[in-house]
Design a protein around this ligand. Structure first.
Ligand code: 5SP
Length: 254
């Protein structure tokens, strides 16, 4: 690709592969209907991100038809997929990447239970330990904003900057999540819908019991820093990974 170093070209190809593949997680977990929802991922080492094409069926998505954009949301011309329009929410994703440098991935869904909370403009209270683990407290409401420019992005950044939650319920619209990478943002979207459903059901039968803040803090710290397997650093993992090069589906050898 003209103008990018071989390292950035590999990073772009890997991001295309990842974003195309992750969209199947949204259908797998039933977070989207038809072509609703979208995922983007920042290209490591470049002021670029990859996002899905607008209105394209999930089963037609591929690495080659993902769209490469700069951080102003402009499609990079003469790149694979650039003949199509990017997601309706491209400006919002771009605004998040410009204003939250720690964010590597953004997801948007209209998942049913979480969007029902958004329709009421009501944050999801932290009444189950899974919320404390994943979101460190309630899942907040963001302002009502019309699609098409970066107004939604402003609402996401205003709401989530300095907030433990990686999910925000944009009033009357749906879920936006952020993550250190696109997979992390997808996880936040999956867990957001799960807790939205659980707390909705709980409230139908009574008043859920709030979890004390000190317990929320302890649960969040454990889950974010202890849960799962020990983190293997990149050097260790590189020394144990196979030396053979692999070719991405976008045709780039790593
Ligand atoms: O919320 C909306 C439309 O109201 C959009 O976010 C769609 O849900 C997905 O649009 P594309 O990413 O396919 O353009």
């Amino acid at each position: 690709m003209i103008g990018y170093s071989p390292e950035i070209q590999v990073a772009i190809a890997r991001t295309r592969d990842q974003i195309a593949a992750l969209h199947s997680e949204l259908t797998h977990y039933e977070l989207v209907i038809w072509t609703g929802g979208n995922i983007s991922g920042r290209v490591p080492g470049a002021d670029l991100f990859v996002i899905k094409p607008s209105g394209v069926s999930y089963d037609e998505l591929s690495p080659e038809n993902q769209i490469l954009c700069d951080l102003d949301g402009n499609v990079i011309p003469r790149t694979p997929g650039s003949d199509r329009s990017p997601s309706s929410d491209t400006a919002a994703h771009a605004y998040v990447y410009r204003n939250m440098p720690e964010v590597g991935g953004v997801v948007h869904t209209h998942s049913t239970y979480a969007t029902a909370w958004a329709a009421r403009g009501e944050e999801i209270p932290c009444v189950i330990t899974a919320m404390a683990d994943e979101f460190g407290g309630p899942i907040p409401i963001g302002p009502f904003a019309i699609i098409g420019d970066d107004t939604i992005g402003h609402g996401i950044v205003e709401t989530l900057t300095g907030h433990r939650s990686r999910a925000v319920l944009m009033q009357n619209h749906g879920v936006f999540t952020i993550g250190k990478d696109a997979k992390d943002a997808v996880k936040a979207a999956v867990m957001c819908e799960d807790v939205a459903k659980t707390v909705h059901i709980a409230r139908q039968l009574g008043e859920p019991i709030p979890i004390p803040q000190d317990a929320i803090d302890a649960l969040f710290n454990r889950y974010q820093n202890v849960y799962g397997q020990p983190k293997v650093d990149s050097v260790t993992s590189a020394s144990t990974s196979s030396s053979s090069s692999i070719t991405t589906t976008a045709g780039v050898t790593q």
